[in-house]
Structures are given as C-alpha cells and as structure tokens.
Design a protein around this ligand. Structure first.
Ligand code: SF4
Ligand code: SF4
Length: 453
C-alpha cells in the first residue's frame, strides 16, 4: 500500500510534501527533544505495533530500502516487544543513540545514524534519509488503515499541578480544562510554558487552545527563572550583550550546528550586535541555520547571554521582510526580503560538511537539560495512565495550517458531526482541520472556529 499526500492531508496528518519524495532510509525518531514530555515513552510501551506498521507503510511509500527506529540508550528497558517484532523484519533495525541533546534534531540524527553530515540548509530528502517522529507515524498509520482524522493530541501536563499526567487532549480544548483534568494548579499566580523549555512559549491566557503542535503544558510560578528570562525584551538582551559579551566564543564552540560543520558562528553574530563590527553577510545569514536549541544560552555562555534569542529575532525580521539593519548596526546591504531567504540559505551550503574534530566531547548530556533550563523538578515521569479530555467546546485555530490561505468548510450556526472537515488550505499539500466533537458552529472568522456541543 502506498500513501498519497492528499489522503494524509485530507485526514489532517501532515502539511509537508516530502511524503511524496523517494529516499533510501526512513528513520522513525523516538528521541526526546523536550525533557518535560513523556509521550514518547508511552507510545513506545503501548503503540509499538502501530509504530512498526506505520514505518512499513512509509518505507513502501518512499521506495526505501531500509527502516530505522532511532531510540535513546535509556529506552532499552521499555522496548522488549518492539525488539521482538523487529527481529522478524529483515529491513528494519533499531538504532540506539547516546543520550545527548539535541540528538532528535533531524540533521544531527541523520549524521549519527548514517555517518553522512548534511547541512541544515539542504532539504532532508537530498541526504537520502527522511525522519518522522512517533506521533506522526502513528497518525499516518491510523489515517491509512483506519481512515481516522487527527482530532486529538497526546501531551504531557506537568509543573505545578496536582497530578502531572499524560493527556489525550482534543484539538481546541483549553489549557484550563487540561490543567483541571490534572487536578488543577497547586499555586496561585502562574503562567504556562507550552512546549520545550528551549523553544516553548510562555503563555498567560489559560484559555489558549491545544493545537496539533502542543506537546507539553507546564504550569510554572509567574516569577520562575525561565519565565523571567523569556520575558526579557530583545532590546534588554542586546544592551546586556553590549556590556558583558567578552567574545570568549564558547557559544560557537558548543553550538551543535557549528559542531556538525555548518556555517553558524553565534559569537560573531553577537560581536556584530555588541560592537557593530562588520561581519561578512554570510556570517549574519548563518542565523537561518540556528535550531534555537538554547545550548548557547543555558550551557555555553558564562554570562547567560542569549545568542539563541538574538538569532531568533534576526530570523523573524528577515521573514517579515523587515530591514534588519537596526539590529545589525547598518552592516546589511539592501533589503533582504522573504523571497530572497531561500537564495541566502543556498549561499550557506559549501559542499560536503566536515564535522569538527572535537564534536564527540562537546555533546550536552540529555539528563542535564531540565536542570539547565531550571525545570528539573518538573521532569519526573508522570503516571502512565492516560487521561482524556471531554470538552463541551473546542476552539480550533487556523494558525498552523498554511500561510497560503484558509478555506473554512463550515458556516456559523451549522450542526456538524465529530470527525467533520472544518477547514482546508489553498495549498493541495496543506493539512486539513477536523473537529473532535459533534456540535454547533458558534463562531467563525479567519483565525478560528468555535464548536459547542
Ligand atoms: S540556539 Fe545557540 S547553540 Fe543552538 S543552534 Fe542556535 S546558536 Fe547554536
Ligand atoms: S559565550 Fe557569551 S560571552 Fe562568550 S562570545 Fe558567546 S555570547 Fe559572548
């Protein structure tokens, strides 16, 4: 059986078009990128048959010779069933990777498995390998074999809640309901970290809805250190950089993207920001390679400066077709618009990458990650019993669907059934959005639709 992208997009599984590419190896990554997430462990224990069958579907689809399930060495005790099942498959192997961060990064993972480094500026399919995460593989399996659209998301709710838990949450259910399902917040004033500590967003509106990309909901005290760091304006970050960056270059020496051989030099970008010294345009455009892993800010920099935040800001300005000169002290020539970004990325590719010789000694142990981001006390595994939301209302956001435009497929006042199509994108490869509850459409605009039972 092969998979057609339109089957998957119809069922809301994937918004990418590399589902139609050919490759030699399909890699299913069970590696964690987020120390607060425990969905990976749950899926490995409970859904291993779907993982293997989903991988087989993907291998046929991509005409791949080989399938690999990439696991962390610490997963060994939980995968007996998976191991037994893989023993019967000639062309599927398990591959155990050292517990370091960010091993789940696509370029790093492919290098660890194949020994072939490839630039983050290069489309993954050109490396001969394609990487899928566990939830996507399971969604693909369910879409193809059970014709089930994606209407729920497995997530971890942790932090200052009474019962940190794994939750199967409806898309569109509010963070408030998920937190209440987990026994409620145990503190008065709190905010929510949505997603991994490095890249997640600090959210103050607890009625924010769950989306397809919600992985963790972490309730944090409003004055938590991570919240204070994230709340600093970019102006304050730059002022701090100007006064304390001593160009030690540790941020570059420990940057996993640099260590893989790519042209990312965060200390040079910081030099431009702090001192206005002219750096070649190629150095500045290196921000496009930054994975925002946060190693530079929480592990490398002795002064807790954040090259990550600076890179993120420059990337945003480039995407918004803004003149980044104000940030870069006038060193950028001309206007760098969105249309030029892909051309600039091509300029960052320089043939075969050469990983730095000391890379193996500069890996950050995954077990240190939660403490580095000051969330160690929340990284304890929750009970592996799954809680399920039963919302009276869902608020489905269109924001993750496509920049190319949304086509709502419901009208205000309409009664719709669970699983119904709610919206699709103007791009044929964009994933569609479905409702996980039956009810009446009570609100619709260009950003969201609300359905009430
Ligand atoms: S966040 Fe920092 S360490 Fe991570 S890729 Fe970007 S520059 Fe490198
Ligand atoms: S590690 Fe910190 S102080 Fe050193 S160059 Fe990077 S940003 Fe500057």
């Amino acid at each position: 059986m092969s998979i057609e992208n339109n089957i998957l997009s119809r069922l809301g599984v994937t918004g990418t078009d590399h589902i139609n590419e050919k490759c030699r190896t399909v890699i299913v990554s069970a590696l964690k990128d987020n120390p607060l997430s425990f969905a990976e462990e749950y899926l490995l224990r409970r859904e291993w048959h779907k993982i293997i069958d989903g991988l087989k579907l993907l291998m046929v689809n991509h005409h791949a010779e080989k399938g690999i399930i990439a696991l962390s060495k610490s997963d060994r005790p939980v995968i007996a069933d998976l191991k037994r099942c893989v023993e019967d498959c000639d062309n599927i192997d398990l591959f155990f990777i050292d517990d370091f961060y960010p091993a789940a990064d696509q370029a790093i993972l492919i290098y660890e498995i194949t020994g072939q480094p490839f630039s983050r500026a290069t489309p993954a399919a050109l490396s001969g390998s394609l990487v899928y995460d566990l939830p996507t593989v399971i969604n693909i399996y369910e879409a193809v074999t059970e014709k089930t659209p994606v209407t729920r998301r497995l997530l971890t709710c942790t932090g200052e809640v009474a019962l940190p838990s794994l939750v199967l949450g409806h898309l569109g259910v509010s963070f408030r309901e998920v937190i209440e399902l987990c026994g409620g917040a145990t503190i008065g004033e709190y905010v929510i970290l949505s997603g991994a500590p490095a890249r997640g967003a600090v959210i103050t509106d607890i009625d924010t809805p769950v989306t397809k990309s919600t992985t963790t909901i972490t309730v944090l005290p409003a004055d938590h250190e991570l919240v204070k760091e994230r709340s600093q304006s970019i102006g304050a970050q730059i002022r701090k950089s100007k006064s304390v960056c001593n160009q030690c270059s540790f941020c570059t020496e420990l940057c996993p993207v640099y260590l893989l051989g790519d042209k990312l030099y965060p200390h040079l970008i910081m030099r431009q920001i702090a001192y206005g010294l002219a750096e070649p345009e190629e150095v500045i455009m290196g921000v496009l390679l930054c994975s925002e892993c946060g190693i530079c800010e929480v592990f490398a920099c002795p002064h807790k400066l954040s090259p990550r935040a600076v890179n993120k800001e420059i990337k945003e300005r480039l995407k918004q077709e803004a003149q980044p000169e104000s940030l870069l002290s006038g060193q950028m020539n001309g206007h760098i618009g969105d249309g030029q970004i892909s051309g600039q990325i091509n300029g960052l590719i320089s043939g075969q990458l050469q990983p730095r010789s000391n890379r193996d000694y500069r890996k950050v142990p995954f077990e240190r990650l939660a403490d580095l981001f000051s969330v160690g006390r929340y990284a304890e595994p929750p009970k592996m019993e799954l809680l399920e939301t039963t919302p009276g209302q869902v608020e489905l956001l269109f924001q993750e669907m496509s920049a190319a435009g949304i086509l709502p497929r419901v009208e205000t006042g309409e009664e719709i059934e669970q699983g119904s199509l709610v919206a699709e994108t103007k791009m044929s490869t964009g994933a569609r959005l479905h409702t996980g509850i039956s009810g009446k459409v009570t609100f619709l605009d260009k950003e969201r639709v609300i359905i009430r039972r």
